[in-house]
Design a binder for this molecule. Structure first.
Ligand code: FUB
Length: 323
């Protein structure tokens, strides 16, 4: 599939997380809708209230099953507003959905909801994960250990924290200051909490120096994802205000990772977000754009296209406006 395909033409879905469970491919997107909230840098216009799950045996032909609403803010006791990008992991026959949501003080926390089926529905825990903050959880499993990557700037509130503690006054680094890092944390054995303090995911340049805040075409902004190709760890992410999907490679899930290049050039829309997954022997990039909504940044549509590597393991850059 060299030409991208829209996957859900009759609804606005964004921020895909994708996994293969028992040989079937599952997509866990955010569910955009027209809330009427004015667009701002805080992302208030992304006022999502529920999640759907989609699955398929045939991604090449884009034949998806919509499993309907699987989690709703109305069922989350600590909910304030805004269900953003989620992810799902499977352990011992149970499926754990990790979701960012603002609490009743308008602070993003990460919650967990549980199901016995990959397609849900998911039943939320009473409280968010202790010590959790910011947005965009992405789960990576390796040898029975589960790691969560998370974090997002601006409306994602990552700039309000240092060393996992909320600051009195949020100052965003700029220029030659070191860029704020995404976070990684090992999950507890019961999958309901953190087993350690979240750590910084360091992204280095070609000289081994950490990326700076002013390096806006390469530094992390949001939308973490992890995959492994030929034994290497590929940490990928969005650069936010420069609208690129980039990646960096490393030798273990904690990093450091060395910046490698652009996966996807800017799409139509402000946000860019993705998942990378292998299915039936091919690699795919799942992402979103705002072409079907005529460029409304808060009404995004899910897409998929094949992802290719060169002989050195470099990802071939895909044009975001390819349709
Ligand atoms: O969907 C809301 C936010 O937009 C996500 O959490 C970010 O990654 C961006 O795609």
């Amino acid at each position: 599939m060299k030409i991208p395909k829209y996957l859900v033409p009759d609804a606005y879905m964004a921020d895909p997380a994708v996994h293969v469970f028992d040989g079937r491919l599952y997509i866990y997107p955010s569910h955009d809708w027209e809330s009427g909230i004015e667009e701002n840098d805080n992302g208030d216009h992304f006022d999502m209230k529920d999640y759907h799950v989609f699955s398929t045996d045939d991604i090449e032909n884009g034949v998806l099953t919509d499993h309907g609403v699987v989690l709703d803010t109305a069922d989350i006791s600590w909910a304030g507003r805004q269900l953003w990008d989620c992810d799902v992991a499977c352990k011992d026959g149970k499926y754990y959905m990790y979701f960012p949501l603002k609490d009743q003080n308008d602070i993003f926390r990460i919650g967990v909801a549980i199901s016995y089926k990959p397609e849900g529905p998911f039943i939320p825990e009473e409280n968010p994960i202790k010590g959790s903050y910011s947005i965009d959880p992405a789960i990576w499993e390796e040898n029975g250990e589960y790691y969560m990557y998370f974090g997002g700037l601006w409306g994602g509130q990552l700039q309000r924290y240092r060393n996992n503690k909320a600051l009195e006054c949020a100052v965003q680094p700029e220029g030659k200051d070191l860029a704020l890092c995404p976070k990684v944390v090992k999950l507890s054995v019961d999958m309901l909490g953190f087993a350690e303090e979240p750590r910084d995911v360091l992204i280095l340049d070609e000289n081994g120096d950490p990326l700076t805040a002013g390096d806006t075409e390469r530094r992390f902004f949001e939308a973490s994802w992890m995959h492994k190709y030929n034994g290497k760890y590929y940490f990928s992410y969005s650069t936010g205000d420069t609208h690129l999907l980039c990646y960096a490679t490393g030798d273990n899930p904690y990093g450091p990772f060395v910046y490698q290049g652009v996966i996807l050039t800017p799409v139509i829309g402000w946000t860019t977000h993705h998942a990378i997954a292998e299915f039936k022997g091919k690699w795919y990039l799942f992402y979103h754009d705002c072409v079907p909504s005529g460029g409304k940044t808060w009404l995004r549509s899910l897409k998929v296209v094949e992802l290719e590597y060169d002989s050195k393991g470099k990802i071939k850059t895909i044009e975001g406006t390819l349709n």
